[in-house]
Design a protein around this ligand. Structure first.
Ligand code: NAD
Ligand code: TYD
Length: 342
């Protein structure tokens, strides 16, 4: 029998971002007895509008803050059972332009959380990572798995790799009960419109063209965000301390194929594609072998590609105000007033 852990208070960091907010909504719908603290710095990528559904829920509390702020973190962590660390600078293109914030949040921030977890003897530290730490694959290479050596190629993936090493070091050195999940590309509701799906769908809804990098033949493995949330839920409750779990969608697609699917679902033609200069050091292909989480925890992705794409396009069509506020910068003005953010 697998041991299922129970917790009272979960600290979810980066819970105002894309995957973190989907995870909080998922947890609060599923569990009635968990207290969730969402700690988020509300960078450009954090958006409390993602969490309107739960803002009045007595089991939910929002704290605005930086995961690298030692005083704040030590103060919060003494009252929690588990940390699920989503907080990160997450966009490769931004890391190419300026990587300082990536080092601060992804490395220094993760270290601050680990120290606080160690000092307070937390029951679990779950770290959300990416398949990008493994580098990239050629067309015939076998997919990444938990034993694939780390070979990150962008400042983003290098900072995520450093964080993963720190997490493993805290398990090996101090016995902190850590777990890591390395997931492939997610898509779905509440994704910031700088990433492929959200940018392309919203551009097309605005009548704008979509900027496809290089030849559009790079391959990503795509997972619908709720399937990722289910995998994390299983890992934090049944995963084994010290272990890494690779999570994937069994859904390798070229960027061109994704673009064509979005165009089809929106009834638009290929003249809306604008081939633009390629990303420097653009990773060619990612793919994930998720046999371990499938056999050990019984997880498989549930949302078929066609269904996930349809739901995603529909969501952005039906929630135009959400992304229009972001694209117009209105939500940042709201935070400036509400939280005094400069
Ligand atoms: P996101 O950029 O949408 O959200 C990141 C959140 O972290 C934002 O709310 C932001 O305000 C917050 N944040 C940033 N710096 C912070 C700090 N110093 N302190 C506190 N909060 C801070 O990212 P996402 O796409 O939701 O990704 C979440 C996690 O999942 C990241 O760790 C990312 O590396 C990982 N991941 C993402 C994908 C993907 O396809 N999006 C795939 C695999 C793994
Ligand atoms: P992205 O969503 O930024 O995720 P990641 O870089 O973490 O994989 O990009 C997904 C793929 O889409 C990647 O190969 C780059 C490509 N892409 C474009 O072609 N045009 C764009 O405007 C963006 C944002 C991405």
């Amino acid at each position: 029998m697998k041991k299922t852990r129970t917790f009272k208070t979960l600290l979810v960091t980066g819970g105002a971002g894309f995957i973190g907010s989907n995870f909080i909504l998922y947890l609060l719908r599923k569990y009635q007895d968990y207290q969730i603290i969402n700690l988020d710095l509300l960078t450009y990528a954090g958006n409390l509008a993602n969490l309107t559904e739960v803002e009045a829920n007595p089991n939910y509390k929002f704290v605005k803050g930086d995961i690298a702020d030692k005083k704040l973190i030590y103060n919060i962590v003494k009252d929690v059972d588990i940390i699920v660390n989503f907080a990160a600078e997450s966009h490769v293109d931004r890391s190419i332009l300026d990587s300082a914030a990536f080092i601060h949040t992804n490395i220094m921030g993760t270290h601050t959380l680990l120290e606080a977890a160690r000092i307070n003897g937390l029951k679990r530290f779950h770290h959300i990572s990416t398949d990008e730490v493994f580098g990239h694959l050629g067309p015939y290479d076998p997919p990444f798995n938990e034993k694939t050596p780390y070979a990150p190629r962008s400042p983003y993936s290098a900072s995520k790799a450093a964080a993963d090493h720190l997490v493993n070091a805290y398990f090996n050195t101090y016995g902190l009960p850590t777990t890591i999940s390395n997931c492939s590309n997610n898509y779905g509701p509440y994704q910031f419109p700088e990433k492929l799906h959200a940018l392309f769908i919203t551009n097309l809804l605005e009548g704008k063209k979509v900027p496809l990098y290089g030849d559009g033949r790079q391959i990503r493995d795509w997972l619908y965000v709720t399937d990722h949330c289910e995998a994390i839920d299983l890992i934090i409750h049944q995963g084994k301390p010290g272990e890494t779990y690779c999570i994937g969608g069994a859904c390798e697609k070229t960027n061109l194929a994704i673009t064509k699917k979005i165009l089809e679902l929106l009834g638009q033609g290929e003249e809306m594609i604008e081939f633009v200069t390629d990303r420097p050091g653009h990773d060619r292909r990612y793919a994930i072998d998720f046999t371990k989480i499938k056999t050990e925890l019984g997880w498989v992705p549930k949302t078929p590609f066609e269904e996930g794409m349809k739901q995603t396009v529909e969501w952005y069509r039906n929630n135009a105000q959400w992304w229009q506020n972001i694209k117009s910068g209105e939500y940042l003005e709201y935070y400036q007033k509400q939280y005094g953010i400069k």
